[in-house]
Design a protein. Structure first.
Lengths: 382, 277, 207
């Protein structure tokens, strides 16, 4: 039998971080985008507005605000689509109620937040990393969530694909946090052939509709999901619900539902928590960074090594669930951990919690709308 | 069992969710009955009907019926409905909201759904009060009326839902009441079959939270009031003017054929993809 | 594509006024160096809320190795198309860095060791379109970058522009390149001189 070998089609682009996010989304199979313009995330929306109408069944819609954007995104997800929205600080604040709804009804979707200076309108065109804890705890109620970050343009593409894969695999909203520097840096990226990339999609029910329990526990803790209109007439509600999806206040049912929501993420920490190590093997000083600041830290570590200092870098790609094992290891081995970030200490709080007083944690914080430079980090290392 | 009751049972979920939350005398059950009769009369398969509800007494309606049902957040039902309709335009998407839901917290979404003429039917159950939270005033509570948050009478004017939706560009706008059930069947049926955005406002009495505070002795009084204080819009000499006697006009206020957003979108997509081929 | 010649962090700042097309210039230059030549390139920008007027700048970092820090720290080449930009960024130049100004707009450079061409005037008078100033600058910059191949730069420029404005911009690019060749001399010589003497020194700064 003749095997037809398809030629792999890769594309090279000189693209913005925001444009790479859109490329990643389309690669992951995103066919629905609802959004509202806001600096510095708007290019994501503009690319989707140009591309989705040219794709079979691709839907783009500009909504009246960010609340509506999240609502429409969830609606599309429930109707079986891979859906995404993107925003920045103030818009992300408006989305919080619906992010909680998406957690509760287990709607797979991706929210990109390009962080800018805050609070309030703040510094619309300047970078910040001040929405880290909002991404974790912004919506009301106790809930697990996956928060990812990217530090260069190629990673914007890759982490968007990962965000969709996690969303589909764990039936949860996934938040991709970028900062203005990453979003507005242009670099060469390679858009891989779709055949080269692992793309996951939600599990759909195999039992007949009358047997289907839309929120039943499974070994993975992730129930199958039936798209609206597929013959499984289910009830979806933000009220705490039983395995049939109907509202319940019975403590045993409430407890089971809540614990499963946590367990489906908790038991896959190993899969979800991603970080990159650089020069950490013999490091005595470790920098823990994420987003564009990780790039400054990379150069600082290189420069420190040139001067004979044993420095290393841990770049966090998953921010939540917080990659505890990777950080804990450093606190046992290094005499100092440096945490540079463009906020007053949102991630260093997590590092200190894991460190538990073992070693010195030095923070570098900037809230003036400027990126932390390699020389600032180098000073803290030496 | 009477035929009509039997019919309703064909459309209810029996596996868990009864008794329902509605008070004795509440108009919402009548609207639900009317909705079911309309869907049945139109011969729509249950699988193709999506009931999207907001938060409040009306929002609870979704869980009882055997359609695809989505109980969303307060005021935002239309945004979910828009996403569902755009994602799968084959579906008949019906959005059930209360007056506070659709007009106060969700007013922005209502006018934009009307403006973009998305192919969704909005049923606004206007009981002139926030019922579920215990009787606070809404943007549809008449000026001067008493509620838990307007104990000395409301100072603000009420929204006229029909005027608002017409002004915002909805292509089908109607008003009915829980008293005029047969007319309501007709209004809801035409709304569902209407391409583009359709709105049916339904005056639906809340004896528990609104009636008691505003000089209605009981639920029956409220239905009697609906009977004597409404007038069919087609019987008015000038249907564009409100009657001088203060009666509320009911019926169809606008019915124009305009393709819904989803039709225009997918038409554009077909064109673009044809060019690209 | 030829293997790129080794360079370690060559930093360029393109600065001036909003409306001069500096961010487009950054994108075109970066794209030509990244996709055309195969270098690692990061291009960033800074701009105010106004679409026209105000200050504008685009930074380009070029390297033959992966670039960590994407922004500029000390400049190898500063292009200044306004006096304000020239004065505020001049101090970021490396000792061995080059300053290129638009002599139509920058009448008093903060040093007497600089390169200049009347870009605005040339765009208006010789091309007949003031909007082409950015592609003309790209031509001159191409001459100054010893690692840039003029043919590749032109091809990349043409590939990135819509048909309607392609020809006029190709003309502007060619003019910028030619004038730079004529007035500045051989690029290798310019950089060698800069390396030896320092293109500018602290004493040059006019306060």
């Amino acid at each position: 039998m003749a095997v037809q070998r398809k030629k792999r089609k890769r594309r090279e682009l000189f693209a913005l971080g925001n444009e790479a996010v859109a490329e990643g989304a389309l690669l992951a199979g995103c066919s629905f985008y609802a959004g509202y313009p806001i600096t510095p995330s708007t290019e994501i929306m503009e690319v989707m507005a140009n591309r989705l109408p040219l794709i079979e069944d691709g839907v783009f819609i500009q909504m009246e605000d960010e609340i509506a954007s999240m609502g429409a995104t969830i609606g599309a997800s429930l109707a079986g689509r891979k859906a995404m929205t993107a925003t920045s600080g103030p818009g992300f604040a408006l989305m919080q109620e619906h992010i909680g709804y998406a957690c509760m009804v287990e709607a797979p979707l991706v929210v990109v937040n390009v962080m800018r200076g805050g609070p309030s309108t703040g510094l619309p065109t300047s970078p910040a990393q001040a929405d880290v804890q909002m991404a974790r705890w912004g919506t009301h109620g106790d809930h697990p969530i996956i928060v990812l970050s990217a530090s260069d343009v190629q990673e914007c593409l890759e982490m968007t694909v990962t965000a969709f894969n996690f969303a589909e695999k764990y039936r949860t909203p996934v938040i991709l946090l970028l900062d203005e520097v990453t979003a507005h840096t242009r670099e060469k990226i390679t858009v891989p052939d779709p055949d080269e990339v692992e793309i996951l999609s939600r599990v759909t029910p195999t039992v007949p509709p009358e047997w289907f329990k839309p929120y039943a526990d499974t070994a993975r803790g992730v129930p199958a999901m039936a798209p609206i209109g597929s013959g499984y007439r289910t009830h979806v509600t933000g009220l705490t619900h039983d395995v049939m999806g109907y509202p319940t206040q019975r403590p045993d049912e409430v407890k089971d539902a809540m614990l499963r929501l946590f367990r489906k993420i908790d038991q896959y920490y190993g899969d979800i928590q991603m970080s990159d190590e650089y020069m950490l093997d013999d490091a005595e000083v470790a920098v823990v960074a994420y987003g564009s600041v990780a790039r400054s830290a990379h150069l600082a570590v290189e420069q420190a090594r040139e001067r004979g200092a044993k420095a290393g870098l841990l770049t966090l790609k998953t921010l939540f669930p917080f990659p505890r094992p990777a950080v804990e290891k450093l606190t046992h081995r290094c005499h100092t951990v440096v945490v540079p970030e463009m906020n007053m200490g949102q991630m260093s709080r997590e590092v200190k919690r894991v460190n538990n007083g073992r070693t010195k944690v030095r923070t570098i914080n900037r809230v003036d709308g400027q990126i932390i430079t390699p020389s600032e980090i180098l000073k803290a290392i030496l | 069992m009477a035929d009509v009751t039997q019919l309703i049972h064909d459309y209810l979920r029996h596996n868990k969710k009864f008794p329902h939350v509605f008070c004795a005398g509440c108009g919402h059950g009548i609207v639900l009955g009317s909705l079911i009769r309309s869907v049945h009369a139109l011969g729509l398969p249950k699988d193709d009907v999506v009931l999207v509800a907001g938060i409040g007494c009306s929002g609870r309606m979704a869980v009882y019926v055997d359609f695809n049902t989505v109980h969303t957040t307060h005021g935002r039902a239309l945004t979910f409905a828009t996403g569902i309709k755009m994602a799968n335009p084959r579906l008949k998407v019906i959005c059930v909201m209360g007056d506070g839901d659709a007009m106060s917290i969700g007013g922005n979404h209502l006018i934009h759904a009307a403006r973009r003429n998305i192919g969704v039917t909005a049923l606004i159950l206007n009981n002139q009060i926030y019922g579920m939270t215990g009787g606070q005033c809404s943007s549809a509570t008449p000026q001067g009326d008493i509620s838990m948050t307007t104990p000395f009478g409301s100072l603000e004017k009420a929204f006229d839902i029909v005027d608002m939706c017409k002004a915002a560009g909805a292509s089908y706008v109607a008003r009915g009441t829980s008293f005029h059930a047969i007319q309501l069947d007709r209004l809801i049926s035409s709304a569902i079959m209407h391409p583009g955005f359709s709105v049916v406002e339904v005056f639906s009495p809340c004896p528990t939270q609104y009636g008691r505070k505003n000089k209605f002795r009981n639920a029956v009084d409220m239905y009697k009031w609906l009977k004597s204080n409404t007038v069919k819009v087609e019987t008015l000499k000038d249907p564009t003017q409100k009657p001088d006697d203060g009666r509320i006009p009911i019926g169809v206020f606008r019915d124009v054929e305009e393709p819904g957003l989803e039709e225009r979108y997918f038409e554009l997509q077909r064109k673009l993809m044809g060019q690209n081929r | 594509m030829k293997a790129p010649q080794p360079i370690d962090r060559f930093e360029i700042r393109l600065s001036g006024l909003g409306g001069q097309g500096l961010i487009t210039l950054g994108r075109l230059l970066g794209s030509a160096l990244a996709l055309g030549h195969g270098y690692y390139v990061t291009q960033t920008q800074s701009y105010g809320p106004e679409a026209r007027g105000g200050s504008s700048r685009a930074d380009v970092v070029v390297s033959s190795r992966p670039i960590s820090y994407p922004k500029t720290e000390s400049l190898d080449l500063l292009v200044a198309l306004s006096p304000e930009a020239c004065n505020s960024y001049y101090r970021l130049l490396k000792k061995t860095g080059l300053l290129l100004v638009d002599t139509t707009l920058v009448k008093h450079a903060p040093t007497n060791v600089y390169l200049g061409l009347p870009f605005t005037q040339m765009a208006k008078e010789q091309i007949g379109n003031p909007m082409t100033i950015n592609t003309m600058v790209m031509g001159a910059v191409t001459h100054l970058l010893p690692f840039a191949d003029a043919r590749v730069m032109r091809k990349s420029l043409e590939a990135n522009l819509p048909a309607k404005i392609r020809e006029v911009n190709a003309k502007a690019f060619a003019l910028g390149l030619k004038q730079a060749q004529r007035h500045f001399g051989d690029a290798g010589g310019i950089w060698a001189a800069a390396e030896e003497n320092g293109a500018h020194s602290e004493d040059d700064i006019i306060v």
